[in-house]
Design a protein around this ligand. Sequence first.
Ligand code: SF4
Ligand code: SF4
Length: 222
Amino acid sequence: MKVKVFIKNKDVYDLQILDETASVQDYLDAINKFIDENTNPPCRGCDECCWERIPLTSIDVLNYINQLGGALVLDNEWPLLDFLDQYTYIYAEGGAVDISLGFTQEGACHFLDQEQHICGSYTARSLVCQSFICMESTKSAQDFRSELVNTGMDELVRLWMSQCKDAGIRLFYHEEYQASPQGEDYPENGFTGKKTYKDVLLKEVCSLEVWNNIYKENSQKL
Ligand code: SF4
Ligand code: SF4
C-alpha cells in the first residue's frame, strides 16, 4: 500500500503517502478502498455531486476520449480540441483559464442520466469524481487534492493552447472576460506526456509544502 486514507476524527478523513513512488492511481485506489471498507460514507446515489463544477485534468480528457469510444462523435484529426469544444466549459479571465465538464441547461453534468441518477461515463469519470468522498476532510487532504487537480488542469490548458496553434485555429472559449492566456504561464509539469494515472507520480505534481504535510516521514498522523 503506497497511500493510506483513514478516519482522522469523527466524520473527517485524512490521507498519508507511505511510499515516494506513489502514483495518482495509488491515491485513487486508496480512496476506493476507504469507501468500500467504511460504511460511514455510503453513497446514497442522490447525484448531488454531479451538479457541481467538475474541473478536468489532461488525463481525464484522454480517458473520456479513449474509454467512451464510439459514444462520442469526435473529429478524427483533433479529438482533444473537439472534446473540449463539445463536452467541456472553457472559462477564461485575463491570463487564467478554467476547464470543467460541460453541463446541461439545468446545471447537471452532461454525462449524468438524470432519470436513473447514474453516471453515463462511470469507467472514464474524472479525477474529481473518483476522488470525491461524501464526508469532511482535513486541510492537508483538501490542499493535496486541489493541487493535484490544478496541476492536471494546467497541463490540459497547455495542450489546448499548443493544439490550437498546431491546428491553425484561434483559442476558443465558452465564456471569457478579457481573455489573454500566455503559453509561458502553462509550462510542462508532472502530467506532461503521461497517458494514464499510473504514470503520474504524486511527488512530481505536489509542491514541497503540500508533500511535506502528507508524506509519512514528515507526518505523525498514524
Ligand atoms: S457521493 Fe454524490 S451521489 Fe453519493 S451521496 Fe454523496 S453527493 Fe450523493
Ligand atoms: S462524470 Fe459521472 S460521476 Fe462525474 S459528474 Fe458527470 S455524471 Fe457525475
